[in-house]
Write a protein that binds this ligand. Structure first.
Ligand SMILES: [Zn+2]
Length: 422
């Protein structure tokens, strides 16, 4: 080990270390060096094997260290719409209100204002312990400009996978500018970008295939809203209903780009779009046959429960997903359908509705599950040697190893959380 690395080595000690990929460790410690996790274990073992010059930060007798959370699905650019649409409208009316807000206010925002909203959303997400974000946007943004607005971005260094969302049925938008995708890639270990599809009702089957192919070629996940609403199901089955009316009002010729199926998941399956790099976001209105397809293909389901309750008052069948072995990750969706960007808040909502679910499964979905769904499971989501030191410390926690997962799924601890300095 060279002298520079020794100089930066720090042992972080806590009453409890929760690695996620291995059991919690009481009186534990994590050795960080150069922003990377070098070792973990009981404090005395980590200290004995650490470089002599390593400093020790003791976070105290009621502290917990865990990996930062992963928000696999949000729309930071819609942060300005918080509190602008009432709860419980149902999807059709909610979407109509959102589109009207975007067309009256959103489109007139300057680039600086738009970046400011993204920065504000990012600050809210980071403030709730998030370290990795799967962010949907309709236009690309410059991460350097956002860092100049958001001090949180500089101090928290979240990693962002920006899904550039295609909401147009034609495939020619993919020819937009290939450099857009590459521009942000890993320049500062902060942002990478790929295309994504909004949903099966906004893109033609051909466009969905082209987007998926582009993601596969780059080795990136393919993200899509799936079975979010009863209205989506109605549209996929009959090409009728509120979504049809909205598309027609936007000048879309439905008969030219859309062909029905029995469900959104069936449509994705027919086009060969489900695999272990596909993120099916929401999956509220799914049946056994849909879940079979998810299990068979190893696709991920991203739960955004508070958004689902906000819009339609219904939750996805989380207990069934877990029984069937569906791979889960967690998102918040946007502030246009919620009041916070806290992943822990999503966990509390799920656990309250499904108390029979083992809490560790939810915490895993919120960390390692999310990182794996975004294709970053080798770098984020758990505390293990070689992973990025994107850690959180919770203070004043009265929970021992056997209780910590339930504690995280029940107690609002966002205020007692801060990122571990690397
Ligand atoms: Zn969404």
């Amino acid at each position: 080990m060279n002298s520079a690395a020794v100089h930066h080595a720090t042992i972080h000690r806590a009453a409890l270390v929760v690695p996620i990929c291995s059991p919690p460790i009481e009186d534990g410690a994590v050795l960080l060096d150069g922003g990377v996790i070098r070792s973990l274990g009981k404090f005395h073992d980590v200290k004995r094997c650490a470089p002599l010059a390593a400093s020790v930060v003791d976070h105290g007798p009621s502290s917990v260290i865990l990996p930062r959370f992963v928000n696999c699905h949000c729309h930071l650019e819609l942060s300005w719409a918080m509190g602008r649409i009432p709860e419980g409208l149902g999807f059709g009316k909610w979407l109509k209100r959102l589109m009207s807000l975007i067309h009256t206010e959103g489109v007139s925002q300057s680039d600086h204002e738009r970046l400011g909203h993204i920065a504000r959303g990012l600050e809210l997400a980071c403030g709730c312990g998030t370290g990795l974000v799967g962010d949907i946007s309709n236009t690309p943004y410059d991460i350097q400009k956002i860092s100049s607005i958001s001090s949180s971005l500089i101090s928290n260094k979240p990693f962002i996978h920006n899904f550039l969302e295609i909401i147009h049925p034609q495939t020619d938008v993919l020819a937009l500018d290939p450099q857009i995708l590459d521009a942000g890639d890993d320049r500062q270990f902060l942002l990478r970008r790929s295309f994504s599809a909004h949903s099966v009702y906004t893109c033609s089957r051909q466009a969905l295939g082209a987007i998926k192919e582009d993601c596969s070629r780059r080795g990136y996940p393919f993200s899509i809203h799936v079975s979010e609403s009863q209205e989506e199901l109605e549209f996929v089955r009959s090409a009728k209903g509120p979504i049809s009316a909205i598309l027609e009002s936007r000048g879309r010729d439905i008969s030219r780009f859309f062909r029905c199926s029995t469900s959104p998941m069936s449509l994705l399956s027919e086009e060969g779009l489900l695999d272990d790099k596909t993120l099916c976001v929401h999956c509220v209105f799914v049946d056994d046959s849909d879940i079979d397809k998810v299990v068979e293909t190893g696709a991920w389901v991203c739960l955004c429960p508070e958004s689902n309750l906000f819009i339609s008052g219904r939750l996805p069948p989380v207990d069934t997903f877990i029984k069937r072995g569906v791979k889960l990750c967690i998102g918040t969706d946007s502030l246009a359908s919620g009041t916070n960007l806290s992943i822990l808040s999503q966990l509390r909502t799920i656990f309250e509705a499904f108390p029979s679910v083992e809490p560790w499964r939810l915490v895993e979905a919120a960390t390692l599950g999310g990182a794996s769904a975004l294709g970053l499971g080798e770098r984020f989501g758990c505390i293990a040697p070689g992973r990025v030191g994107a850690l959180l410390v919770l203070s004043d926690v009265d929970a021992r190893a056997g209780e910590i997962y339930e504690f995280l799924c029940t107690e609002p601890v966002e205020e007692r959380m801060k990122p571990v300095d690397t």
